[in-house]
Design a protein. Structure first.
Length: 182
């Protein structure tokens, strides 16, 4: 049987534990919905199933996380982005939904390396080549710390599919680029 004195300590301990644990659980629920969707769009592009259909493993078979971020901003990488809510035609929206492809949220910019102080809501793509990780930071206001930080492992593709190989060749012949910075 528990005495009222030890029962009181147990209740206090539970309150202390819950007051420490609950705020950390709430953080993920307080992430802005549009930024969550933007991070999900990046995660979608780096999901192994989608990544193996990308032109990236064709042009850079041993590509690094930094090279993927550079690829993302290149003409070839831009061609693979999900459509933007802001500019998507109704047909694109329907096709995206059918393919379970996320739409890029309206009003959210995407940049690389560091936040751009001239943009408000934005996603910043960084990299850690030593760990083969793309780091995704999402900001409501770039003057403050990121509201969301995710690390996504860069998938390894052993053999590129034929369609991305043909697409990459065509893009390169038309002057497409696969790196936007070195």
């Amino acid at each position: 049987m528990v005495s009222s004195r030890s029962g009181g300590r147990l209740r206090i301990s539970c309150v202390i534990i819950l007051s420490c644990v609950l705020p950390s659980l709430r953080c993920s629920k307080n992430e802005p919905e549009d930024l969550q969707r933007a991070v999900s769009a990046i995660n979608w592009e780096l999901a192994e199933y989608n990544f193996q259909r990308s032109m990236f493993p064709v042009v850079l078979p041993n590509g690094t996380a930094r090279q993927w971020v550079s690829y993302y901003f290149s003409t070839m990488g831009s061609a693979e982005h999900p459509p933007s809510e802001e500019h998507a035609a109704e047909e694109e929206v329907q096709m995206s939904r059918a393919a379970r492809m996320p739409l890029w949220p309206k009003g959210v910019a995407v940049v690389h390396t560091e936040p751009n102080p001239t943009f408000g809501r934005q996603v910043v793509l960084k990299w850690d080549d030593a760990r083969a990780v793309v780091i995704v930071e999402a900001y409501v206001d770039p003057a403050f710390p990121p509201d969301i930080v995710r690390e996504i492992k860069l998938p390894k593709v052993t053999a590129a599919n034929e369609l991305p190989r043909i697409s990459a060749q065509s893009q390169l012949e038309m002057g497409g680029t696969y790196q936007s910075f070195k």
